[in-house]
Design a protein. Structure first.
Length: 228
């Protein structure tokens, strides 16, 4: 017999927000998407509140920390990236899976400095976004391994090398977003040609280790706490 109380076995559902509170939350998320896209994850929260038409105290009532706001703002894009990874590993043609995985990522990054920041860095294991980042990393490993097993991807490419796509695309997107917002696809396809097994030549430096990549991405995140 269970020793848990009925309330522990069947926790009460979260109480829905009042209509005005839900309206404020929606306005804050819409404002955060714009502000983070324009200025990155360090966009001033006062700017977000002002754009949403609410006081800064209202923002903190809904999102006590910057990380809470970041998580809510980018939850949809992280889910889309994860779904692309799941689709990629299910495709019969593993090269097409790799292309889908990377092109979808670049689409999500394009024109969004905030998501560029999030995709480029690695948050500490204590951060609430770390689980999604871990899942995406594992999907990336599987995408790479499958393409190598089918012989379409050069054998010396490692999953850690995919970080170079993210980092380089971040700068390309920022430089061209208001000039030629889709030119990043040209760069991606040039990179993909370099990834093909039949184009492989000797590489002058070894790949980053998984630990080195983690440290590099953590460095890009600064202290990683996404504080206010």
């Amino acid at each position: 017999m269970s020793t848990e109380s009925p309330s522990a076995q069947n926790p009460a559902p979260a109480r829905p927000l009042r209509r005005d509170a839900q309206r404020n939350r929606d306005a804050l998320l819409a404002a955060a998407r714009v502000s983070f896209a324009e200025h990155g994850m360090e966009a001033p929260l006062e700017q977000v509140a002002k754009r949403a038409g609410v006081a800064i105290g209202t923002l903190y009532r809904h999102f006590p920390t910057r990380l809470d706001l970041v998580q809510a703002t980018f939850a949809g894009k992280l889910a889309a990236w994860q779904e692309a990874g799941r689709q990629a590993v299910a495709m019969d043609d593993a090269w097409e899976g790799l292309r889908l995985f990377l092109e979808r990522l670049c689409e999500l990054q394009s024109g969004d400095r905030g998501f560029n920041d999030l995709a480029s860095m690695r948050l500490p294991a204590t951060a609430c976004l770390a689980g999604a980042q871990n899942d995406i990393h594992e999907l990336g490993v599987r995408v790479v391994r499958r393409a190598q097993e089918q012989g379409s991807l050069r054998a010396d490419l490692t999953p850690e090398d995919l970080a170079f796509v993210i980092w380089s695309h971040s700068r390309i997107s920022e430089a061209t977003r208001d000039i030629a917002p889709r030119v990043w696809r040209r760069h991606l396809y040039l990179l993909l040609d370099g990834f093909r097994a039949e184009r492989a030549g000797p590489l002058p430096e070894p790949a980053l280790t998984e630990e080195q990549l983690y440290r590099a991405m953590l460095h890009l995140g600064g202290d990683g706490d996404c504080g206010a």
